[in-house]
Ligand binder design. Structure first.
Ligand SMILES: *Cc1c(COP(=O)(O)O)cnc(C)c1O
Ligand SMILES: [Zn+2]
Length: 402
């Protein structure tokens, strides 16, 4: 039985083709590379029914993932997160069919584990022994943990402002962690130099082609969870945009396989913070790529990305699906975070809260219609960000009455 139907890597800009049997990073033209599968063979060999009875993790889609030999799979059970019906808050927003896909339940507490599981496994298969990456925290945590399982040495560089818990995850996993007094772009420059100096595998966002395949599984799961009928709108908190590009790729592959109807794609929404909204700005100006954002800053740290390497892919995906890009304020994010917890019992991360704010605003603008089925991605666990909630409560003496 064939475990993976991976075919090759291709460049979405200049259409160059590369092999998946050896290490490849960016195309020679500087663009990220994407993974292509043997769709015609897959059409014969892989049916929706084959999924029945498979383990509820992202490896259930192994035919559509790039790892060819299962012995290289590093896994902590990531994937198949719940699709929760947000009945109460949905009614309040005027979106009675509001759902949340809760990525906070994933090991390491963020959906970065999806990209890490597939990225690290493929790196292992390619014989990588040492890798390096810049991160806003969650990706570094996830990659160091999966690298520990795969016996790969990891070097992680993150801003000093990144959520503190993510440092500890890296240290616990035995990564070589460095902090930089700057933004993820500054961490990226340091990693770029180290990759050259020490001949490391560059695991930066979109500089290796396989992380996106892991994040693609969110799209596969959304389709499966809705019984192969895609929702109308998906809201995604967008930093580097890997998840959004991945979800778009998933739906295209499912259409090619004939598992979902051609012609109907969910409208993809890139949600950013007003303190860092390069994609929104480019979208509003009708551009096909984004300028770097100056002085980027937001409580939703995972989406604090001033310049995304895949900006043109994000903008292309939202344009082709009739989606949009929207920014929300940090104030609204923090308010919404409390509303979601107090209404639905879900302690979401600030990035997830941003997507809820966006749903609310787009409904007010009637861009989302009342009857539409809408999915918000909560990309991580609220408990990774304890500082989003201020606690001001009475302290009692022992034996004191309330
Ligand atoms: C990284 C991250 C994002 C943004 O993901 P991209 O795929 O880089 O756009 C959103 N939310 C959280 C919690 C993250 O860690
Ligand atoms: Zn190219």
């Amino acid at each position: 039985m064939t475990y993976s139907y991976v075919s090759h890597l291709y460049c979405p800009k200049c259409e160059n083709i590369y092999s998946t049997k050896e290490v490849n990073q960016l195309c020679e033209c500087g663009s990220p590379l994407l993974v292509s599968y043997k769709i015609n063979e897959l059409k014969e060999a892989f049916k929706r029914e084959d999924l029945v009875g498979r383990a509820p993790d992202l490896w259930r889609y192994h035919e559509l993932l790039p790892v060819e030999d299962p012995q290289y799979v590093a896994t902590l059970g990531e994937g198949m997160t719940p699709m929760l019906y947000m009945n109460k808050i949905g009614k309040q927003m005027g979106i009675p069919n509001l759902f949340m896909k809760d990525e906070g339940l994933i090991p390491s507490g963020s959906f970065k584990s999806r990209g890490a599981a597939v990225g690290v496994s493929k790196a292992k298969e390619l014989g990588v022994g040492k890798l390096a990456m810049p991160t806003n925290g969650n990706a570094g945590a996830a990659w160091s943990l999966y690298c520990a399982q795969a016996d790969i040495n990891s070097t992680i560089v993150m801003p000093t402002d990144a959520p503190e818990i993510t440092r500890k995850e890296c240290v616990a996993a035995g990564a070589d962690l460095y902090l930089v007094d700057g933004l993820i772009g500054d961490a990226g420059k340091i990693v770029g130099q180290a990759v050259n100096d020490y001949n490391l595998y560059d695991a930066s966002t979109l500089k290796e082609p396989y992380r996106i395949e892991g994040k693609k599984t969110m799209g596969l799961e959304i389709a499966e969870q809705f019984n192969w009928e895609v929702p109308d709108v998906i809201l995604y908190p967008t930093g580097g945009g890997v998840g959004l590009i991945g979800i778009d790729k998933a739906f295209h592959e499912l259409q090619e396989l004939g598992w979902i109807d051609e012609g109907k794609m969910p409208r993809l929404v890139a949600v950013q913070s007003e303190g860092c909204a390069p994609i929104v700005k480019a979208w509003e100006e009708g551009k096909s790529s984004a300028d770097p954002w100056e002085d980027a800053s937001t409580v939703a740290f995972g989406i604090n990305v001033a310049k995304a390497l895949g900006d043109f892919l994000i903008l292309d995906a939202i344009r082709k699906t009739n989606g949009c890009a929207i920014s929300v304020s940090d104030d609204d994010i923090l308010k919404e975070l409390s509303i979601v917890a107090a209404t639905e019992g879900a302690f979401v991360c600030p990035e997830g809260a941003a997507a809820f704010v966006a749903a609310r605003k787009l409904r007010e603008q009637n861009w989302i219609k009342h009857d539409e089925r809408v999915v918000v991605l909560n990309t991580g666990a609220g408990i990774k960000y304890p500082n989003t909630i201020e606690v001001d409560v009475p302290i009692l003496q022992k034996g004191e009455k309330l």
